[in-house]
Design a protein around this ligand. Structure first.
Ligand SMILES: CC(C)(COP(=O)(O)OP(=O)(O)OC[C@H]1O[C@@H](n2cnc3c(N)ncnc32)[C@H](O)[C@@H]1OP(=O)(O)O)[C@@H](O)C(=O)NCCC(=O)NCCS
Length: 169
């Protein structure tokens, strides 16, 4: 399989925060944002591998700033590393000022998707070739995050997580 660059999976999704998307204090409901993030990231993973994908894990979601009703938000997702059948996807979330059109980053999320066949069994995916400094940094940290996610899911023994241990010892 031919390797691909992160840009080949770039997926941009723009949404307007409507009254139905907000919580009791008028900010975007966290679960709604997670739904949009999951969908945007899934499309990026599908663009990378050309297969149907399923969400295996939500590794990190940070809600750094409240997002007000009527805000225009943009989610930018790219595959940050591909393993055998799984792919890590980063999603950067921006809020756009309706007057100046300046975009400010307000959230970040990291998810893992797995390419599957019609029976739900994992399939191999193309490798990822990072190009920019940020893409290389995200690529380098992905194995540590994968090992942490597998430990938390009870799928890996901490003693086997050599890459993760290397940042402590
Ligand atoms: C994700 C899923 C396909 C994995 O299937 P499996 O039979 O356990 O397959 P494996 O153990 O071989 O894992 C496949 C890959 O997923 C990775 N993986 C599985 N769980 C993971 C987790 N919690 N965090 C990170 N990676 C994970 C494995 O490391 C492996 O990666 P690799 O092939 O790149 O090395 C399966 O668990 C599944 O279908 N889950 C439900 C998915 C779903 O319905 N999502 C929607 C949310 S409700």
């Amino acid at each position: 399989m031919k390797e691909k660059t992160p840009n080949q999976s770039l997926t941009i999704n723009t949404e307007v925060v409507l009254p139905n998307d907000t919580n009791h204090v008028g900010n975007l409901f966290g679960g709604k944002l997670m739904q949009w993030i999951d969908l945007t990231a899934a499309v990026a993973a599908q663009r990378h591998c050309g297969r149907v994908v399923v969400t295996a894990s939500v590794n990190q979601v940070s809600f750094d700033k409240p997002i007000k009703q009527n805000s225009v938000i943009t989610m930018e997702a790219k595959v940050s590393r591909a393993f055998t059948s799984s792919m890590e996807v980063f999603v950067d979330v921006f809020v756009e000022d309706p007057v100046t059109l300046i975009k400010t980053k307000c959230n970040e999320a990291i998810l893992t998707f797995v390419a599957v066949d019609q029976n739900g069994s994992p399939l191999p995916v193309p490798a990822l070739l990072p190009e920019t400094e940020q893409e290389k940094k995200r690529f380098d940290g992905a194995l540590r995050r994968k090992q942490l996610s597998l430990i938390l899911a009870g799928r890996m023994k901490p003693s086997d997580a050599n890459e993760l241990k290397s940042i402590f010892f």
